[in-house]
Design a protein around this ligand. Structure first.
Ligand code: ATP
Length: 389
């Protein structure tokens, strides 16, 4: 077990493409960190640099107190689980799981009955080492519920079972850190959810520093002690799942995390009679004092107003300070429903409301804003959240 520190890491591929741009991240011992972001954001490259599968163009990576930039992958004391499982097809499950440990045996050479008489001390040490490996493999198989599969070859296993073997092979090693590269993306939706909670349980048991890569924001939010959102090779926010959701650092994070994505409205801040308003076409939303105080210096300027689907509530016709939409579709979700529509200026809006609310498709609907859940961003794709000080 150890902390992992990435200090100003860069990766430029031959040909000049900059895949990772000045990434710094301190992962404390035992933390479960998830790197998440859209395809091509550099998350796998970052993980592969920690694993030693990709050369580091600039910066330093430490595992514990050792700089590992130039250490061979096999000597980094990490275990990696890949998306495609990477099991040896000709070995059974037991051998697949034991292989890494057998390779690293200290007394392996003497593990042959021929030496029992000629070199009994060395033979005994080798046998004990072999038994310890056996115990670890069987223990891991038990934990993962694959004991009955130990004699099967990978081709005789389902996708979920193969995934368990790949995880088992990693946990028997008891490394300083686990690295997972989209390990669940080949599984069907139900199995993915099941394996997700098993990985979480396993992390609780093993308490080992873990770096996990996924493009699935829901997986990131449910698994991570900390979620690191990346875009274009850069970290946009590294924070608890709660903060990433409730206090996104910028517009990109706000739009990437959460389903349905946050609603955004382009507009202006207008100060009138001592009151600050957000104005988007005919919609004029008065801002409460705490919000207004933070935004006062931007009066007259353009901003992006962001609010999640559950932060908009149907209001009475004629109520002041609402955002009006024309309802296109209503999607029932049991006790709630998603109302999907557009503002007069064409902003796409989704709000999640009580299923008993009276909303008709094609009609106009005024929406009241829950200001505790509202955000204001600078304009642009990665506009900063102006309410975070
Ligand atoms: P995905 O979820 O699609 O795997 P990712 O965030 O893991 O995406 P990376 O695999 O880290 O992305 O790739 C980051 C960027 O670097 C991408 O634009 C990719 O095209 C580029 N890239 C990856 N490997 C190479 C390579 N060997 N040579 C040149 N460019 C590469």
């Amino acid at each position: 077990m150890a902390e992992v520190i990435l200090d100003q890491i860069h990766k430029t591929y031959p040909g000049g493409f900059k895949a990772v741009d000045n990434v710094s991240l301190h992962i404390p011992d035992q933390q479960f960190v998830v790197l998440v972001g859209p395809s091509g954001c550099g998350k796998s490259t970052t993980l592969r640099m920690v694993a030693g599968l990709e050369e580091i163009t600039g910066g330093t990576i430490r595992i514990g107190d050792r700089v590992i930039n130039d250490v061979a992958p096999k000597d980094r004391d990490i275990a990696m689980v890949f998306q495609n499982y990477a099991l040896y097809p000709h070995m059974n499950v037991y051998k697949n799981m034991a292989f890494g440990l057998l390779l690293r045996r200290r007394h392996g050479f003497w593990d042959n009955p021929l030496w029992a008489v000629a070199a009994p001390g060395k033979y005994r040490a080798a046998r004990e080492e072999r038994e310890a490996i056996d115990e670890r493999v069987r223990g891991a198989a038990e934990t993962l519920g694959i004991t009955a599969l130990l004699n099967r070859r990978p081709k005789e296993l389902s996708g979920g079972q193969r995934q368990r073997v790949a995880v088992g092979r990693a946990i028997v090693r008891r490394p300083k850190a686990y690295l997972f590269d989209e390990p669940l993306s080949n599984l069907d939706a139900k199995l993915r959810v099941q394996m997700r909670s098993e990985i979480k349980k396993l992390h609780k048991q093993m308490q080992t520093t873990t770096i996990y890569v996924t493009h699935d924001q829901e997986e990131a939010m449910t698994l991570g002690d900390r979620v690191v959102v990346m875009k274009d090779g850069r970290i946009q926010q590294a924070d608890s799942p709660f903060n990433v959701y409730e206090h996104p650092a910028n517009r990109f994070v706000a739009g990437f995390v959460g389903m349905p994505p946050m609603n955004f409205f382009d507009g202006r801040l207008v100060s009138e009679g001592g009151q600050l308003f957000f104005v988007d076409g005919a919609n004029r939303v008065p801002l409460p004092p705490a919000t207004a105080a933070k935004l006062a210096s931007r009066a007259g300027g353009e901003v992006v107003f962001g609010v999640r689907a559950e932060g908009l509530h149907p209001a009475a016709e004629g109520e002041a300070g609402t955002i009006r939409i024309r309802v296109a579709v209503v999607e029932p979700l049991g006790d709630r429903m998603d109302v999907i529509g557009e503002t007069e200026r064409g902003a796409h809006v989704v709000c999640r409301v009580d299923a008993r609310a009276r909303v008709s498709e094609g009609g106009m609907l005024p929406l009241r804003v829950d200001h505790d859940r509202a955000h204001f961003f600078e304009t642009g794709d990665v506009g900063r959240n102006l309410l975070l000080s």
